[in-house]
Design a protein around this ligand. Structure first.
Ligand code: PBG
Length: 332
């Protein structure tokens, strides 16, 4: 590499750090409200906002209040909101039929948001875990997660979400072949503009703990998700999965969790140049909030620093529970 600065004392890196004005001038990455996707939890009822204990500051909202929250997010310029249903245990079954019920919680929330805040993009989650009696993302047959039968169910779920008005489908299930099957079904049904943001490199992570509380899946889950989610030790595999999903018709790809996997984000962006997103997951959020509540860190500063790190790592956007908080801060 050629020297790009004269040797000391003619070259001094500190010149470029001397004031906010100069630092702004040389800054390489910026966090803006355009980078944010806001994951929210929806529950039954009306006028209900109930805290999620393991995620301080996060609530489950009934459909009417989800629509209100989406309206507020739209007003702040947040481009997308991502829905996760807290499904009543009585609706969880072996065949997971609630997943493609046109009137399930998630689909009712999509329609309510589309009516109240037509400009914000609505993203959904595709996986069977909210509807499955054993908490898995796929069907369990004789103790094994079966791939192809699960993909058929996921396609039905996708079509119901697209029918309800979803703009971005987010398959988080990690089955093989699901992106191609979903894309084909969406095209056949005339949903040419519905996008797929694939959870392409999703790791079997302990950072999802608080989320499973939030959607009521913790108690339900038997065993772990290691036969379908990735081994945290792997990185070449992530590139192969991303390539596969892009080839099958994904418009955008995601790495999940976020902060411990910034090396993967960078590799993915450099290798494919595709729209790349990271999910700063529930456990990452909970750690920051817990330390901030104890006065051990400055929560606001850590929030901004953690999100900026995703931009530096090459991400085009971040799914983060901090979205409204950081949007407010960026608005000044
Ligand atoms: C389920 C799903 C999970 C998350 C998003 N979709 C949990 C899991 O795979 O067990 C995690 C999100 C978070 O932790 O914030 N398919």
């Amino acid at each position: 590499m050629k020297p790009t600065i004269a040797p000391y004392p003619h070259g001094r890196f500190r010149r470029a750090r001397q004031s906010e004005a100069i630092r702004g001038l040389v800054r390489e990455n910026t966090l803006t409200v355009d980078d944010l996707i806001w994951p929210v939890f929806v529950r039954d009822g009306e006028g209900i906002e109930e805290p999620v204990p393991s995620m301080p500051g996060v609530v489950r909202r009934s459909v009417d209040l989800i629509a209100k929250a989406a309206t507020e997010a739209q007003a702040m310029g947040i481009p997308a909101i991502c829905l996760f249903p807290y499904t009543d245990p009585s609706l969880k079954t072996q065949d997971c039929a609630e997943a493609w019920n046109p009137d399930n919680l998630s689909n009712r929330a999509i329609r309510a948001i589309k009516q109240a805040a037509p400009e914000i993009a609505v993203m959904t989650d595709v996986a069977l875990d909210p509807y499955n009696i054993n908490g898995h993302d796929g069907y369990v047959v004789d103790g094994k997660i079966v791939n192809d039968e699960t993909v058929e169910a996921l396609v039905k779920m996708t079509l119901a979400q697209a029918e309800a008005g979803a703009d971005i489908i987010g398959p988080s299930d990690m089955m093989d072949g699901r992106i191609g099957a979903m894309r084909q079904a969406l095209e056949a049904a005339g949903h040419h503009d519905v996008m797929i943001l694939s959870y392409a490199a999703k790791y079997a992570s302990a950072f999802y703990g608080p989320f499973r509380d939030a959607v009521g899946a913790s108690g339900a889950l038997t065993g772990d998700k290691k036969t379908y989610q990735m081994d945290p030790a792997n990185s070449n595999e992530a590139l192969r999965l991303i390539q596969r999903d892009l080839t099958e018709g994904a418009d955008m790809v995601m790495i999940k969790p976020g902060m411990p996997y910034l090396d993967i984000c960078r590799k993915v962006k450099d290798t494919f140049g595709a729209p790349t997103y990271a999910y700063q997951v529930s456990g990452e959020y909970a750690m920051i909030q817990a330390a901030a509540q104890n006065g051990w860190i400055d929560g606001e500063k850590v929030m901004v620093e953690s999100l900026l790190a995703f931009k530096r790592a090459g991400c085009d956007g971040i799914l983060t529970y901090f979205a409204p908080q950081v949007a407010r801060l960026l608005q000044g």
